[in-house]
Ligand binder design. Structure first.
Ligand SMILES: Nc1nc2c(ncn2[C@@H]2O[C@H](COP(=O)(O)OP(=O)(O)O)[C@@H](O)[C@H]2O)c(=O)[nH]1
Ligand SMILES: [Mg+2]
Length: 221
């Protein structure tokens, strides 16, 4: 797809027969790792999967996913960015591309590689040279103002996930306002309101991924 993602200076990589590279981005704590951990068990029996995580100084998210046993350990690779997370997913994507290609060499052919960004701010999106499609995850606990604040992740990601709906009453967030603002700024692009805590099989998001791959659901969702 040819949507402009701000300062992206990489060309979209041709798909050919290779895996779909799906970026999951968004601010710290929104639920990117939780979404990755939720998608893997739902999709791993129907798709050939691998994951790349990004952390600034640690391998925390990859360690979490391995402990949770969502995929075989060697299908989860960690990139330590040592810099602002957006740099590694947008400006200098080499370490992430290396990790994706190492998965493809070791386990290929694959259908889907999920790349979880380190938590960043509303300006951070994946380069089209790294991710063929991207999901942006927002946290209801961040306040119901966030969708209308915009930014390329909110307005132009391929799927916007507003997560932690279960926390709305606790933080006084109006979900109708969040959804309404999100739809208004996204001009027809899809939005999913969810609670990964309450709905760990993330049916709408899994179906969206299947649709991106052009495959039908194989089991109950
Ligand atoms: N209440 C609630 N907590 C959630 C939900 N999704 C994730 N969390 C929690 O939010 C925290 C941050 O989630 P994480 O996936 O690590 O966020 P990331 O920084 O975006 O990767 C963790 O303690 C999760 O268990 C949700 O739907 N509801
Ligand atoms: Mg994370």
């Amino acid at each position: 797809m040819s949507r402009d993602h701000g300062t992206d200076r990489h060309q979209a990589a041709p798909r050919g027969g290779r895996a779909l590279r799906l970026g999951i981005g968004g601010p710290v704590g929104g639920g990117k790792t939780a979404l990755t951990a939720a998608l893997c068990p739902v999709l791993r029996d129907e798709l050939r999967l691998a994951v790349v995580t990004n952390d600034i100084y640690t391998t925390e998210d990859a360690d979490f996913l391995r402990r949770a046993g969502v995929l075989a350990d060697d299908r989860i690779a960690a990139v330590r960015t040592n810099c602002c997370p957006h740099t590694a997913i947008r400006d200098d994507i080499a370490a992430n591309l290396d990790a994706v290609e190492a998965h493809e060499a070791a386990h290929g052919p694959l259908d889907l590689v999920i790349i979880e960004s380190g938590g960043d701010n509303l300006t951070a999106t994946f380069s089209r040279g790294l991710a063929d499609a991207q999901i942006f995850v927002l946290d209801v606990a961040g306040g119901d103002k966030v969708p209308r604040k915009g930014g390329p992740g909110v307005t132009r990601s391929d799927l916007l996930v507003i997560n932690k709906a279960d926390l709305a009453p606790l933080v006084g967030a109006d979900l109708e306002v969040m959804l309404g603002d999100a739809h208004r700024v996204r001009d027809g692009l899809p939005v999913v309101l969810t609670s990964i805590r309450k709905s760990p099989d993330v049916p709408e998001i899994a179906d969206w991924v299947r649709a991106r791959l052009g495959v039908a659901a194989t089991g109950p969702s």
